[in-house]
Write a protein that binds this ligand. Sequence first.
Ligand SMILES: C=CC1=C(C)c2cc3[nH]c(cc4nc(cc5[nH]c(cc1n2)c(C)c5CCC(=O)O)C(CCC(=O)O)=C4C)c(C)c3C=C
Ligand SMILES: [Fe+2]
Length: 433
Amino acid sequence: MTDQHHHDGVDSTESAPSGAPRLSRRALFGGGIAAAAAGAGALAGIGGSLAAQAAAAPPADEAIDLSDSHPFYATAAKQPQGGIQTSPQRYCVLMTFDMSTTLTTQLQVLLARWSAAIAQLQAGKTVGSVDPKAGVGDDTGEALDLGPASLTVTVGLGPGIFDQRFGLASKKPAHLAQIPTLPSDNLQAATTGGDLCLQACADDPQVAYHAIRDLARMARGTATVRWTVLGFGRASAGKDQTTPRNLMGFKDGTRNIETEAEFEKFVWLGDDAGWMAGGTYQVVRKIEINIEIWDADFVGDQQSVFGRTKVEGAPLSGGTEHTTPDFHAKASNGDTKIDARSHIALAAHENNGGVKIHRRPYNYTDGLNQYGQLDAGLLFTAFMNDPEHFTRIQTKLGASDRLNEYISHIGSAVFAVPPAPKEGQYIGQGLFS
Ligand SMILES: C=CC1=C(C)c2cc3[nH]c(cc4nc(cc5[nH]c(cc1n2)c(C)c5CCC(=O)O)C(CCC(=O)O)=C4C)c(C)c3C=C
Ligand SMILES: [Fe+2]
């Protein structure tokens, strides 16, 4: 953020395109009624409307069909679970759990029961009956009339599953380890860690919530809830999706892993991973965004923080949204057109030894914080074949990213995500054989 945003009221040195005096945000939104009235009057004089940027019609790929469903069971060995390469649905509920038992068989039974239940839920069915004669319902019922809504539930196993408690240390996935404390971390115990993770994504928020609620009920006596986040508005794009925007107003997901070849190279685990072949690792970060402070910054400065334009999403080195950024291109003053401390310059694979991760984040809001400010941010989730790739990128971002002035990493967790089971089997079954 620069000190540019300290201007007051009408800025007499700049003109709107029509030649009328240009009004700063403070005059319109923060400078009192008189200034705002003067602003409104001036704008009325130049066209009578505050709507400078036309709202585009939603892209065709935004049309959703709530009767769509994703199969849960694999039809071949080493097939990944849903919710990773799956085109991001509109909503996501993520919940992590701590094991409350040391009985390995109970872990096994929970994974088996979850698998059978997720297969039902993804098909748009209930988990067991909702029957007045049967007493307490197996299913909680709130998704009875809603359809599958493209639900996927992705199950992850945290490092704790492989500690001394369950006798599974010899089966520990090679790269599964707690993420070390990284620069700028502000992690809170209440939003960090977990032995198990469920990520439910769907095009209807109630379908995603219902899945997590039913599955959490099934865990009672075996695992307790550790933390949860409700995500909305996907902040990444799948193969045929238009790039969406995050809460900072920027297109997010432009340069994400997309092709099969990239998934093979950077996401899926190969045969050498044994029972995890076809699986991957998931890193989750809960990242708070100081939205009010961000909103007070000049758009030009916001652009240089990310290294991209706000409306088009083009790299500041030129071109359009999908033009490859040129991190060496210089402006006439000799500075690189993309700031070396911008988010994309620090995160790009060109500047991180070639590593890429598959990002699949969602926006979240927790209402208001204790100061009455918007409590919101990014539920950052990413999939990769080695969590060290995340650590490598975040070590640089945490140390130098200009975005750090506006964000704070308050939660963190890492999970091994086994491949999808074949029908009749369950997630993580290879662990117990
Ligand atoms: C450690 C990994 C990353 C974290 C944490 C992260 C947080 C974060 N990102 C945005 C918004 C954007 N990120 C963009 C690009 C981008 N981000 C990462 C990694 C992390 N981001 C990567 C690898 C990249 C791609 C860089 C490149 O190759 O150019 C963008 C630009 C558009 C895009 O390509 O997706 C935006 C916007 C926020 C708001 C955020 C935390 C709150
Ligand atoms: Fe990013």
